[in-house]
Every structure is written in C-alpha cells, then in structure tokens.
Write a protein that binds this ligand. Structure first.
Ligand SMILES: [Zn+2]
Ligand SMILES: [Zn+2]
Length: 292
C-alpha cells in the first residue's frame, strides 16, 4: 500500500478529515460542472475532489478514493472546529524561528504533536478551542500563521512542492494533541473590530467558499490594511494582504485575476510602484502555494 494512503487512513483513523492537494500544493481543480455551477453549495456538493478542503473526509472508503484520484498529490488535513485541530505554522523564511522562540519563552507553546515541513518549517498541532478562529497570520508575530477555521495543512509524508523534501513527524505520529493555553487562544483571536471603511473595489466579485462566510468583508479588510498602513510598512502590509487574498483564491472564494486586480489597485493607492506591487503579489501568492 502506498505511503500516502497509509498516512491518509491513519489520519482518518484519528477522526481528521483529509483530502488531496495537487502536486503544487494548490487545491485540485473543480470539475467542469462545479466550475460553471452558480447557486452551488461547495460544502454539500459531494464530489470526490472538488472545492478544495470541502472534499475532505475521514471515511476510509472515500479517503482511499480521494488518494487514488490524485496520484503524487500532497495529503492535507482540514483544520478548524471541523477537525478539532488548530495548527501553529512556523515559517523560518519570514522570521518564524525568532517568533517561535519568543512564544516558547512566554510559555505559550506547550509540547504537542509536531511536524517538520519539507521547507524546514514547523507545524504545531493543538486542540481547536471551539470558538471560531480564523486562519491568518498571528498578529505581531512575524512568520507565524494560524491554520484553523477555513484552513488546512499538508501532512507527512507528502513531498514539499519546491524542495522535494518530505514533511515528517518530529514527534511520534499518534502523540497527543495538547490543549491550547488561554494566552495562546488570545493570540489567535482577532482584535476588537475596527470601524470598517467602504471598500473601493466593489466591482470585484467574491463568492462564499472555503469556509469563508463573508468574502467581501474579508477582502475589504485585507485591502483596507494596505490603505491604512504607515509609510514604512506599506510593502510588508501589501505582501501580507497578498497572502491573505491568496488563501481566499485557494479556497475558491475569489477569482485569481480579480484578486490580482484588487491588490494592484490598492497597491497604487498606497503609493507602491508597479514593480513593488508585482513582487509583493507574486511573493504572497507563492508563499501560499499559488503561482501568481
Ligand atoms: Zn465537481
Ligand atoms: Zn461542486
């Protein structure tokens, strides 16, 4: 039996809904019917590989069929309340190692089930706290992403799409998934809502998808962050917004071309050059596993 299938069934055996990504870490393309479907609920569609993480299942027969349907793809587990998982994703390429050290020193990261990613990052698996926790960068902690509701992470022994190296368990697969300390939960929750301003890209079409219940609001929030960024922080903020919007693309909540248009528009509003805008979008999309 192939290793991915063994791993997929083991994960399903823990009650984790799993699904296959393409080799490039992008969700598998929807079938023709789902691509043109309007007024269509991705959560109840039921197609084996359509709608990204909505295809995830912990049912052994379905898991087997899903793995068979995407040979050489990457195995992924859906995070969030649906799987009971919240994963702290440490990206060393963006300062994650220092941020993780800070979090450890502050006692916020108790020992738990852990994966070393194929790019040298780490995934710390915690028990989802129950209330809605959005998937997004952890505020004020560079290089740390929260993968929770509306998210997913790649599971071992998938091969990383750029390095070709496998994701691997750093703790014994089967180790306990620890509870989150209250202070860690607080780090993961959004701050009190700021007064929303009117989105100026209302022509951009968004659709509910990927566990994103209000894509218009989410898109507006990403774009707004760029408009409001202080002068020295605009480039970094645009990159962060590009990553957030790339996740919406991955979840099928927004069309990729529309996403690039909206980000370019707001980049110009924030006085960024074409070159800076292209670099920020390409970098943000690439780091979410999407070719811009
Ligand atoms: Zn379909
Ligand atoms: Zn469908």
């Amino acid at each position: 039996m192939n290793q991915i299938l063994t791993a997929a069934l083991a994960a399903a055996g823990r009650g984790w809904p799993v699904f296959m990504l393409g080799r490039s870490k992008r969700p598998v393309a929807n079938c023709d019917a789902c691509r043109v479907a309007t007024d269509h609920d991705p959560a109840s569609c039921g197609h084996l590989t359509c709608h990204g993480f909505y295809a995830a299942s912990a049912h052994p027969a379905r898991v087997t069929a899903n793995v068979d349907a995407v040979p050489r793809g990457q195995l992924a587990v859906r995070t969030g309340a649906v799987s009971g998982l919240l994963v702290v994703d440490v990206d060393p390429a963006h300062g994650g190692t220092k941020s993780m050290t800070d979090l450890l020193n502050e006692g916020l990261l108790p020992r738990t089930l852990r994966v070393v990613t194929g790019s040298g990052g780490q995934h710390l698996y915690y028990a989802h706290p129950g209330q809605h926790v959005p998937s997004r960068p952890m505020p004020g902690r560079p290089g740390i992403d929260i993968k929770a509701d509306g998210g997913y992470v790649v599971l071992p022994p998938s091969l990383h799409h750029r390095t070709g190296l496998p994701y691997r368990w750093a703790t014994v697969n089967g180790s306990a998934v620890s509870e989150m300390p209250p202070a860690l939960i607080a780090e993961c929750l959004p701050p009190a809502p700021a007064k929303p301003s009117t989105p100026q890209t209302s022509s951009t079409t968004t659709q509910p998808g990927g566990g994103i219940s209000c894509p218009d609001k989410l898109l507006a929030a990403h774009l707004d962050a760029v408009r409001r960024a202080a002068k020295g922080k605009r480039r970094a903020t645009l990159y962060g917004a590009a990553r957030g919007v790339a996740r919406m693309v991955a979840a099928g909540a927004i069309d990729q071309a529309d996403a690039v248009t909206a980000l370019t528009f707001v980049g110009h509003q924030a006085a960024q050059s074409d070159r800076e805008i292209r670099a920020a979008i390409a970098g943000g999309f690439r780091d979410e596993g999407i070719a811009a």
